[in-house]
Design a protein around this ligand. Structure first.
Ligand SMILES: *Cc1c(COP(=O)(O)O)cnc(C)c1O
Length: 420
């Protein structure tokens, strides 16, 4: 008799984006002619909209031709990624910022979503109460961290607010400036995401230093998601957790080409596992996570396509860097338009300066879904209800800067006219 992983049955069914999709299509059908005159504009899902930079396309075309020649053909590559890409990553993303990271500590992959979920493979499962790990997440949070922990049995069931028993939630709200507070007790694994999805907040060096210190004092592991590092515009903010002294001993960093280089459909990312990060085995000895992650990847993963890795490498060429900087500047100018619009309407807005997300306090005492329905109904504009990212997101709303200038301007023009 085949048995399922029963933990999957604990997952909340009505997941955020399907529910948004359902409401949008129901509205579109019920208001077909109005939506013809005023098409629905989606500033909801966090996907990029602008084409791949030219330098990357040229490199990928060339790589396709390499594959067409016996002499330059590539079969299976190293599971960890090609050395030339790992070198380019280390040189440009780490050494240039004074971070002590070696190329063989970088594991190239096809996405940070899978890496952050897969990383649980090498950690004890079952949750803190059964001798495994007590997990801390921010609230609101990128849902992948929570759901992957549910899947491996690190939690109990969910309550009506969608909070899972056994997880430690760290509320991030306007009251604490969206900076995650240290847990009151001891946790073993902490997920941090900066710049943050969904709040758009960024952690300072001092904020991160507190977490590194906490992790050292409590033998905890930090899983640091820096998917939006390239959107930081303020100079003194850290791009990597390894800019913090001691982070090499306690933190793993996830990075992706999805948001900076427009790779959401092309797929390339990497995870940095310094050789100095350890966790305990059942007999209490320290085991380095680098060795386990290398073993895991070599067994369950066969590397990213040669063509895609050549594209990712081109993100670090002079041309590539320039084109990516333009792309980021484009999205951040969209963010500015959104921020100016909502601030002009007297709404409280956060983020949008070092991240492509604007996080609003919903006006007029509306809850997150109430504001979603109002914005859809009056402006035909779709955003994301904050409550979908966690209980502490209730009363907030996310607007994404990932869209064409035309759509952002049109959407904000409607918002201005309707909500003033
Ligand atoms: C978009 C995003 C990622 C990137 O995921 P990929 O699988 O690399 O596309 C990672 N973390 C967060 C918080 C994100 O929003």
């Amino acid at each position: 008799m085949a048995r399922i992983n029963d933990h999957y049955l604990k997952l909340k069914a009505g997941y955020l984006f399907p529910e948004i999709g359902r409401r949008v299509s129901a509205f579109g059908e019920a208001n077909a002619s109005a939506c013809k005159d005023k098409p629905i504009i989606k500033l909801g899902i966090g996907d990029v909209t602008e084409p791949l930079p030219e330098a990357i396309r040229i490199a990928m075309h060339k790589a396709v031709d390499d594959m067409g020649n016996r002499d330059s053909f590539h079969g299976y590559g190293p599971e960890q990624g090609y050395a030339w890409l790992r070198e380019a990553i280390v040189e440009n993303d780490y050494r240039s910022r004074g971070c002590d990271i070696a190329a063989d500590e970088v594991f190239v992959s096809d996405g940070s979503k899978c890496d952050s979920g897969n990383f649980l493979d090498i950690l004890a499962a079952g949750g803190g109460s059964s001798g495994g790990n007590t997990i801390a997440v921010c609230d609101p949070v990128y849902p992948v961290y929570v759901d992957t922990n549910v899947m491996v049995g690190n939690t109990g069931g969910a309550n009506d607010a969608g909070e899972y028993a056994g997880l430690v939630y760290l509320p991030v709200t306007a009251e604490n400036n969206f900076t995650p507070p240290l847990p009151e007790g001891k946790v073993d694994v902490i997920y941090l995401c900066s710049p943050n999805n969904p709040t758009g907040a960024v952690m300072t060096k001092a904020d991160l230093a507190k977490w590194v210190e906490y992790a050292k004092a409590n033998d905890a592991l930090i899983l640091y998601d820096a998917a939006y590092h390239a959107f930081i515009t303020e100079n003194d903010l850290p791009r990597s957790i390894y800019e913090i002294e001691g982070a090499r001993d306690v933190a793993v960093e996830f990075r992706s080409f999805s948001k900076n280089a427009g790779f959401t459909g092309t797929r390339c990312a990497f995870t940095v596992v310094p050789k100095s990060v350890t966790a305990k085995s059942a007999d209490g000895s320290d085991v380095d996570l680098h060795r386990l992650w290398n073993r895991r990847q070599s067994t369950k993963f066969n590397g990213v396509s040669y063509i895609v890795q050549r594209g990712a490498e081109a993100a670090y060429s002079e041309e590539g860097k320039r084109q990516i900087a333009d792309l980021i500047a484009f999205y951040m100018a969209n963010a500015r338009i959104v921020l100016d619009t909502v601030a002009g309407l007297g709404m409280q807005a956060f983020g949008g300066v070092n991240a492509p997300y604007i996080w609003l306090k919903t006006p007029d005492g509306l809850d997150s879904w109430g504001f979603f329905d109002k914005l859809l109904g009056e402006c035909h504009v779709v955003g994301t209800p904050g409550s979908g990212f966690g209980a502490a997101g209730e009363g907030y709303f996310r607007i994404s800067a990932f869209n064409s200038r035309e759509n952002v301007e049109e959407a904000m023009g409607r918002v201005k006219a309707s909500l003033k």
